[in-house]
Write a protein that binds this ligand. Structure first.
Ligand SMILES: Nc1ncnc2c1ncn2[C@@H]1O[C@H](COP(=O)(O)OP(=O)(O)OP(=O)(O)O)[C@@H](O)[C@H]1O
Ligand SMILES: [Mg+2]
Length: 383
């Protein structure tokens, strides 16, 4: 379908990257405007009304952050999509820019350009496609063995089985070895590593629509994690963002198992997630660690209203009570999953969802309820 060309304004002090990017954009059929200074960029944005603005956060005259803030404050550019294209990864810079109103933060290196080109049509056609992006619900914990993967799989299953008209996917991002495949009994070869080894342009939304396996009995589509530590060393971390984008474009809900990692891979995901399921244990050590992690996430600008804290009694110890744990982490705990004896492990070993193996257990009801609450949180707009 022929549409009038979209004009992209590039604000970048570096001539080489400005020229390279504008040549690429012209080749893709965009019209291009360039500015080497922040002030010049602002004037062009207000006067020429580009459809998209790409900005390097580091500019010779004023900080890119200030440019973005001023674009957002002005009626003429308040809604123009902005992409920050940075030459170095900086989590604080990223959260500041996203908070100031940038739609995306990308790196100049790696497969960033392929990802940018995947992303631009969506930005220039905002109402019809951007709104359709799926919601992301990330599961994480401060310590291993807290039940993160079991809960992620089982809660995603509750969503997928009740929302028959929605596409639900689970992405296992736990390195160096994933476990969701094991829990659901998937042993075929489509996994994160296999996918990331393919060309970025090949793993677009259509690819995921057509190639992700749907797990029988669990109702969701799965992108399994690394099957072994050796293969996980093959993962180029700069491929993950593009894969996430394509998964969000091809699914209504994306559940991500991040395990207990806070890394270059997981932090941007935590920042983008619509809801964060934070799994706590009952022991003092885990809760103290969780509190430290929460403090860190707050410094990155994560809105704690997006956090859904689940206390999971994964071991049969008394441990901290809910109020004690809440006091320690400084956040309300939305739900407590009791110690289930061997039952969850039995269900996992048989690759069966807990609610099917133990339909009459009160926890089955709790899991369904958590699923609908987490979904609701992921749909909520916070301002
Ligand atoms: N509430 C519970 N009651 C009893 N057992 C549980 C409970 N929650 C989890 N488990 C068991 O604890 C073990 C660890 O669970 P799981 O693999 O989901 O945790 P994890 O946080 O993902 O661990 P890892 O750090 O290995 O990724 C499993 O055997 C699981 O069946
Ligand atoms: Mg796990």
């Amino acid at each position: 379908m022929d549409r009038p060309p979209v004009t992209v304004l590039i604000i970048d002090g570096d001539a080489a990257s400005r020229n390279y990017l504008s040549a690429m954009l012209l080749k893709e059929g965009y019209q291009v405007l360039t500015a080497s200074l922040g002030r010049e960029g602002l004037i062009s944005a207000w006067k020429d009304q580009p459809g998209i603005i790409i900005i390097d956060p580091v500019l010779p005259d004023i900080p890119g952050l200030e440019v973005v803030a001023r674009l957002r404050q002005d009626r003429r550019t308040a809604k123009v999509p902005c992409v920050a294209l940075s030459s170095q990864e900086d989590a604080q810079e990223m959260s500041a820019l996203l908070a100031a109103g940038c739609n995306e933060y990308m790196l100049k290196s790696g497969d960033a350009l392929a990802r940018l080109f995947q992303f631009l049509p969506r930005l220039s056609n905002k109402e019809s496609t951007l709104a359709k992006r799926g919601k992301m619900i990330a599961f994480l914990s401060a310590k291993g063995g807290t039940g993160t993967s079991s809960l992620c799989a089982n809660i995603a299953m509750c969503v997928a089985s009740t929302k028959a008209d929605k596409r639900v996917a689970v992405l296992d991002l736990v390195l160096p070895i994933g476990s969701i495949a094991n829990i659901v009994g998937y042993d075929d070869r489509t996994n994160l590593i296999f996918t990331a080894l393919q060309k970025p342009e090949a793993t677009n939304a259509t690819y995921f629509k057509e190639n992700l396996p749907r797990i029988s009995g669990w109702y969701f589509y799965l992108l399994a994690g690394p099957p072994d530590p050796a293969s996980s060393t093959q993962l180029a971390s700069d491929r993950v963002a593009g894969i996430m984008d394509a998964l969000l474009d091809s699914h209504d809900y994306l559940f991500v198992d991040l395990g207990r990692s806070l890394s270059r891979i997981s932090l941007p995901i935590i920042q983008q997630a619509n809801a964060l399921a934070l799994i706590l244990g009952t022991d003092l050590a885990t809760c103290t660690l969780t509190q430290t992690i929460l403090e860190y996430l707050k410094t990155l600008g994560i809105d704690t209203r997006r956090i859904f804290a689940i206390q999971n009694r994964s071991v049969g110890l008394e441990g901290l009570t809910k109020p004690e744990a809440e006091k320690l982490i400084g956040l309300p705990i939305q739900v407590t999953i009791p110690y289930l004896g061997d039952n969850l492990t039995v269900a996992n070993n048989r690759h069966e969802p807990f609610i099917y193996r133990f339909p009459n257990d009160a926890t089955s009801m709790a899991l369904r309820q958590v699923a609908s609450q987490v979904l609701e949180l992921s749909e909520k707009q916070f301002r």
